[in-house]
Design a protein around this ligand. Structure first.
Ligand code: HEC
Length: 83
């Protein structure tokens, strides 16, 4: 699965356990733990881009060409990253 994440370019700004340009995927998973809308909300953030939610000036660019199925897989994987 991490090959799939890499193929989609996510690791140029994210890592599993360290902040790079964007938050660590473990931090994302912790922040949205127990949020039943997390998958839908994060799919939207990745599709449309995101800025301002993580207190950095950096923005995540939109990813309009990733299919819904693939976005769901990516986001579900992110939410499964636990320290
Ligand atoms: C160019 C850098 C960049 C790339 C490429 C990138 N991200 Fe991000 N990502 C960010 C930044 C910066 C943030 C924090 C945005 C904010 O503060 O709202 C972020 C935030 C996120 C969040 C949390 C969004 C939220 O609503 O809290 C998720 C989930 C995420 N990224 C997943 C991904 C996935 C999956 C990919 C690959 C398809 C990806 N990112 C590619 C920079 C990037």
């Amino acid at each position: 699965m991490s090959d799939f994440v890499r193929a989609n370019g996510c690791f140029s700004c994210h890592s599993v356990n360290e902040k790079i340009v964007g938050p660590a995927f473990q931090s994302v998973s912790a922040k949205y733990a127990g949020n039943k809308d997390a998958v839908a909300n994060l799919m939207q953030s990745v599709r449309n881009g995101s800025i301002g939610k993580w207190g950095t000036r950096a923005a995540m660019p939109p990813h309009p060409s990733i299919s819904n199925d693939d976005l769901k897989k990516l986001v579900t994987w992110v939410l499964a990253q636990k320290p």
